[in-house]
Structure formats: structure tokens, C-alpha cells
Ligand binder design. Sequence first.
Ligand SMILES: [Ca+2]
Ligand SMILES: [Ca+2]
Length: 421
Amino acid sequence: MFYYAWVGTMKRILLLCMLAFSSCTREDPNYVWLLSLAAGGQTPPSGETSVTVDVSDVTGSPDFLFDTTRTIPVFITVRDPVPQGSGTLVQILDSSSAQELLFQATSNAQGSVEGTFTVNQTTKLVTLRVTIGTDVHTWTINITDVQEIRRFLFVTGEVNMTLVADADSDGVPDSQDAYPLDATRSAIIRVPAQGFYTVAFEDLYPVQGDADFNDYVAEVRYEQDLDASGRVARMRGFVRHIARGAGYRHTLRLTLPTTSSSFHSKLFAANGSLELENETALTSFEGIEVMPNSGTTISSANSAAGEVYAPGKSSEFEVIPATPMALASLGNAPYDLHLHVVNTGYDIHFLGRYLDANGHDQYLDPSGFPWAIMIPGNWSWPLERVNMHTAYPKFQEWYQSAGQAQTDWYLTPAAGKVFSK
Ligand SMILES: [Ca+2]
Ligand SMILES: [Ca+2]
């Protein structure tokens, strides 16, 4: 049933109300700040809110893990005069013209919002958007050197909750609710925000490969349904097998931080027709197959010069965890997607997830290279036995600068050295 959460204009006094917040003690620097604000008489006009931001972003350079994407944690605390029990909507959007939604959650009873968002390394600007009643405030954040977004928002003014419709009462207004009649979900986040990733594996692990990164190549993208708290209530995955320049056979697997879940998967033939559909209840989500044996999923190697590109089968799956997953627990995209090599029995994971007792990454080879790499968008992998350095002349400068230089190295292959689709 459609109804209005608040009828009429709910007005709350800002400053006095804020001063009454229990955490505002005399020891609290925020209290001092509020007093100075009161002394300055900076009361916003009636019916409007004003927000002052305390920026405590963590800056610096993260460990270089051959990542072409970044997953950035977000910690926002909102101190606002909105009636108790109704959170403030916090969103992170891509600052490009597409304004893709990267994260969304409402503040909890303590006023806090926690989550992560994922962007390509080439993304420099995101938008923080906060909706308080009918007021919308936005800030552009340059994330070039930002490792974590940490901000404290002090909201003052009168909050106008007139006609803020929230049919499912999840705290997210209908206008911003991707599922306005489902209180368990409120946003759809696409990872990546546009298009897909290309994941590419070398399959000789633990032996060093020939670095042509075409042994197993797939397109991957995810869609997450976030609940009003910004946790993953459901996750869908879309995978297409597009190259197998290898003699080995593989399956593609995924591990997620959930115990009980429902898992629904579909396998499509190369021509798009549905081949298999399966729905099952799982008690662990460790190493779950999301693409079957590579001997059955692609007929062309798609790795030789002059070969006509013929993509293979694709799969779609949806995971519904019994308890929503914290975004931070998923780690960086493509999450713990890994290749299982049927012939050797080894699993090959992306960097940053499996360290040995000495803290050494198990999936970093002796010369400092990974066996798995992910590239945003439609990527051309090296031809058979062409080393990545040869195929992508900027690749070396990129990793030698620990990802600081040539962040778009994957866009400029050497002529005649990569597979053309
Ligand atoms: Ca809603
Ligand atoms: Ca909803």
C-alpha cells in the first residue's frame, strides 16, 4: 500500500536539537564547533538545511595488487535533526555524465553509514549526495589519493519531510528506491558501473606461465541489490567464456562470505539459448562453480592471429544470502572469483586474498607477477605466446610505478600482438 511516511511539514530545530545529542559533550570537539556556529548565528533559512562537513579522508597509496579498479571504503556519520528512526540517505555516484550509482545506504540510529564502492583506476571524481527530507546536498570528491572516505556531516536547519513517500517503509524514499515495494532491497549497484570486466588467467600455477594471459578469459559483471543499510541482500553474476588459449581444462569458481544461501544459476549456449537451469540451497559458498568445464564452454581458442572470434557459453546466477553480506567483506572486484584447473587440481586466485604464514601472497610468482588479472571493459588479450609486455608497451611502466603511471595501459596494444575481436 502506498502511503506517506510523513504527512505535513515536520520541522525540527537544528542547533538546540543537535546540542541535545548525547554524544555532544564538553569534551567533544564537535560541541565546541557547534557553540562557535551558534555564536556566529549561522542559522540557515527556514525550511532549508545546511551541512558542514568534517573531512577525515584517509589518503595515500594502497598496496599495488595489479588492480585496474579500486574498491574504496566509505564511513559517513550524519548528525542531523531528522526524526529518530528515519535515516538520512547517503549516495556515492560516478561524477561522469552518466551519474551511475556506486553506493547507497541510509544512516543508522547512530547516524552512521558504512560500505564500499568500486571504480576504475582511471576514475578521479565521485559525487557524495546526501538527501535530508526534501533537501539534496552534493559534494564532488577527488579520489585520486583517497584510500577511505571518512566524513562527519553536521546538518542544521529545518527538515522538510513533506510528501516524502516511502511505500515499503525501508527509509529510502520511493523516488530513490530501486525496489519501492520491497523493504529488503533499495538499490541496484552494477560492478562495474558500465559494461563488464575482462578477467584473464595464466593456468600453469604454481609454475610461471608465458604471460600471454589468454589461457582462460571471461567477461564478468555483477549486480548487487543493497538493503537500506548498504549491505548486499542479493548478488547476481554474469559470465561469458571468450578465450581458451590452453591445453588444460578449467572451471570458474566463486567464493563469497556467506554460509546459508540460495543459489540460482543458468547456463546459456553460445547462441544464447538456455541449456541448463539449477536452483539449490547452499550451506557454504566456497568454490562454487559459476562456469562448467572449459572443454565444454568454448569451441574456439580465440588466441591465434587470423582466427575468427567466436565467443563461448555464458552463465547467469543469483545468490541470496540468508543474512545480507557487508560490502567490505566481499573485498575488491571481481571478489574471490577464481580458476580451478581440472588437470592440476590447483585453484588460481587474484592477488590480495591468500597470504602464507610469512605474509607472502600465495598468488604472486617469484618475479612479482600474478596469474590472474582483470581489465575494465572490452579487452584484447595477447596472441598465443606473446608476452604481456610486448602486447601492451605501457604495461611495464604501469606496474613498475605500482599503478601510478599509465593507468589506462590496457587501451593501447601493440599492433599485431593481440587477438582482434
Ligand atoms: Ca522505500
Ligand atoms: Ca525498498
